[in-house]
Design a protein around this ligand. Sequence first.
Ligand SMILES: CC(C)(COP(=O)(O)OP(=O)(O)OC[C@H]1O[C@@H](n2cnc3c(N)ncnc32)[C@H](O)[C@@H]1OP(=O)(O)O)[C@@H](O)C(=O)NCCC(=O)NCCS
Length: 327
Amino acid sequence: MKSTITATAKYLPKRILSNFDLEKMVDTNDEWIRTRTGIETRHLVEEGQASADMATKVAKILLERSNTSKDEIDVIIIATVTPDTMFPSTAARVQHNLDAQNCWGFDLSGACTGFVYALETGAKFVESSKYKKVMVIGVDTMSSIIDYTDRNTCILFGDGAGGVLLEPSTQNNGIVDSILGIDGAGGDALIMPGGGSIDPASNETLEKKMHYVRQDGKTVFKYAVKGMADISSKILKRNGFTGDDVKLFIPHQANKRIIDATAKRCGIPDERVLINIDKYGNTTAATIPIGMDEAVTDGIIKDGDLVLTSTFGAGFTWGSVLIRWGK
Ligand SMILES: CC(C)(COP(=O)(O)OP(=O)(O)OC[C@H]1O[C@@H](n2cnc3c(N)ncnc32)[C@H](O)[C@@H]1OP(=O)(O)O)[C@@H](O)C(=O)NCCC(=O)NCCS
């Protein structure tokens, strides 16, 4: 039995931070950011708004669009590296906000690969036949861990949430195949070093700004280009497809140059690649489900279409999922 996506949803907070705003904050400029990354604006949360708030908005839209009652939900999986608190989980907060009475749930930490890991996990739950309705939400409040005096990172990230409802397929559509990986050797290239058990919060960790994202952009870029292109072409090949068969490629949105290189390697033309990095920047676990929802609401993907997603992120982690869209 296959597991399939029966509803999609997204939420982007209203506040917008443009490249021109960033010009006033750090030594950067709109032209550099646009040409090196493809980003023009990002959405940021209001004060007091956090990951569970955004995830709850997504969860409510998923219930409404799928005509599902809150008490029918079996599992809530939240992919995030910016939980409201280390514990309780963001999933517990979302459950409480929904008042969903018959589920369990957990947070999953896979950074920019978080949603793809969560999609794989949720799909296996559904395929086990034990669970019928699994909510998978990717959400990140990156502004809570970004140093807005560091031009290497603050230009890249935004806040947002996106999610899907997974259910058993009735027409043999859904998740066709997946490739997932992890390699901790790349750990130091993209990390938030402070606040965990190795360096618990202290005056020293605060002074050293260890609660912010640190990134060796060049190294991440190099591995991301190769990693995303390798898995995307491998998953197509091993399922007997070429880039021509892909109706839409929905890649993680970290840098437009990484996306372009991956699409080129797979032979997928530009018009069949979903790009929204210009509007939202890198929303970490939320980029792919936000992209899925845009594609569905804009009528770009329809039942029967082959959809490819792939991503690369901190860890390093990576993943690609091939989907035959439809119920
Ligand atoms: C971060 C990133 C955009 C930097 O782009 P890059 O082309 O590698 O740029 P470099 O770091 O080589 O810097 C080039 C020049 O621009 C400068 N520069 C760096 N950041 C800048 C900024 N925000 N504004 C203006 N200039 C900047 C550098 O100082 C350097 O100047 P120099 O040549 O005089 O030394 C790119 O490396 C990247 O996207 N990496 C991957 C990020 C990513 O995907 N992260 C998430 C993974 S999920």
